[in-house]
Ligand binder design. Structure first.
Ligand code: AMP
Ligand code: MG
Length: 440
């Protein structure tokens, strides 16, 4: 990895939020493109210009259910003096063989069916009597239409010009046109277009595989019984969900006990399916903070340059953070703090942009806006730390939910925004304008 830091990284040095993010983004490279089936490519970035191999529509076809006729045969037709034509058969969508429409004749045609030879225009069924004349005479067997429609005669009571209700071949896109440019993010309409031009697979940057692993001997899987002193593992769920929401294919490993050897072995096992690893917990200065110990030994086995560096960040919550790369493929790893709000805020600030960078997306960050702070009394914020408070945002106003405590998961669940209080601000008055990150 590239982070041979030139900065002072001693114990007392605090990295800014931006420095830490820049270090991560300088290391994380977009994943190599692969060929994916269309539905697997949803949300991915296209890496090829896609050229249209066949025109759309591929043939002239009817935009209405009606009758394919010659223009001269219905000229001057009216309610009073309808043009009465002989119905020679049906043309249904998907039908390869069509009847030839001669003078005085009409072919009953369905939406999307090819305009039959000889026909010059389509009159919608609403402009006719619906072929209520006498019994069926059919030169062509109708194979999908109801037989009662293909009656002997149809009375047309309104004229139409040439190619009315006809969708011309190539009127959507023409063979040789560029359908989609490299760099396009494939949403449902783009997937639909690729299918319409016959593409089964497409070359994109894949979704990154993100492995989420929480640490802590106190953690119990939801659904199981809690013994005294234990809590449920919520981080691995929140962050796996967040990784999926960011576009990743995320795997939740769940809680690993506070044992450096077990943790190291677990991480090594996961490397094979990870483009990015995320851990939570065990990165501060407690007696059982084993993530540092475990990760340093994973890096040891590889060439110089591998390894995870642990730092203090000038932010709240989320002060202790680890970042680096591990294993033979130099898989990036972000070690986030264990407190649930800290890990979630850290994910939003650092992991989400990393996932989007791996996907080759250009827009890495959540939208931000300015909002008026709605609080009963001034907020205080620690000096020298960028604080991220949880809030609810509506119509240019933001209100904090819960306090600054990084254990407040219930308040986090009510929030849809982060209120940013800069490093040099220690107090924010009610009604002040603040920066807000919209969590979407
Ligand atoms: P740590 O950073 O491991 O010391 O954890 C800090 C705090 O966050 C402790 O109160 C932990 O119990 C709590 N915590 C750590 N990991 C999780 C988790 N996966 N789910 C919920 N709480 C956690
Ligand atoms: Mg812990």
């Amino acid at each position: 990895m590239s982070s041979a830091p030139t900065r002072d990284t001693g114990q007392d040095h605090f990295w800014t939020v931006n420095e830490h993010l820049e270090d991560i983004l300088a290391t994380v490279r977009p994943l190599d493109p692969i060929e994916l089936h269309l539905l697997d490519a949803l949300g991915c970035v296209l890496v090829e210009d896609v050229t249209v191999p066949l025109s759309l529509p591929p043939f002239d076809n009817s935009s209405m259910d009606g009758y394919a006729v010659r223009v001269a045969d219905i000229a001057g037709a009216s309610e009073e003096y309808p043009a009465v034509l002989t119905v020679i058969g049906d043309v249904a969508a998907g039908q390869g063989e069509q009847p030839h429409v001669g003078p005085g004749e009409a072919a009953r045609i369905m939406t999307g069916a090819p305009l039959p030879p000889g026909a010059e225009t389509v009159v919608p069924v609403e402009w006719t009597d619906g072929g209520l004349g006498r019994g069926p005479v059919s030169r062509m067997r109708a194979h999908s239409a109801s037989p009662e429609g293909a009656s002997g005669q149809v009375a047309v009571h309104r004229a139409a010009g040439a190619r009315a209700h006809v969708r011309d071949k190539g009127s959507d896109v023409k063979a040789g046109d560029r359908a989609l440019a490299a760099g396009t993010i494939l949403g449902p309409p783009q997937i639909g277009l690729l299918a319409a031009i016959g593409r089964a697979t497409v070359r994109v940057r894949p979704r990154p595989r993100v492995v989420v692993l929480s640490t802590g001997s106190e953690l119990v899987q939801p659904g199981q019984k809690l013994d005294p002193g234990q809590i449920y593992d919520s981080n691995s769920f929140a962050l796996t969900a967040a990784a999926r929401d960011a576009g990743a294919i995320a795997y939740r490993v769940g809680a690993v006990t506070d044992d450096a050897e077990i943790l190291r072995a677990t991480i090594e096992d996961q490397l094979v399916r990870a483009d990015l690893l995320v851990t939570t917990g065990g990165v501060s200065v407690g007696a059982y903070d084993v993530v540092k110990e475990a990760l340093q030994s994973v890096g040891d086995e590889d060439e110089a340059g591998s390894g995870v560096e642990f730092r203090k960040l000038a932010m709240q919550p989320g002060k202790p953070q680890g970042f680096g790369s591990i294993g033979p493929d130099h898989t990036p790893l972000l070690a986030l703090p264990g407190n649930p709000v800290s890990s979630y805020v850290s994910f939003e600030l650092f992991v989400r942009p990393a996932i989007r960078a791996l996907m080759g997306l250009e827009d890495l960050h959540r939208p931000t806006t300015r909002a008026t702070l709605e609080v009963p009394k001034a907020l205080t914020s620690p000096a020298g730390r960028r604080q991220f408070l949880r809030g609810t945002y509506t119509d240019g106003k933001v209100t904090p939910v819960g306090g600054a405590g990084s254990h407040l998961v219930a308040a986090l669940a009510l929030a849809d925004a982060l209120i940013v209080v800069p490093e040099d601000v220690e107090s924010v008055e009610p009604g002040s304008e603040v920066e807000v990150v919209l969590l979407g």
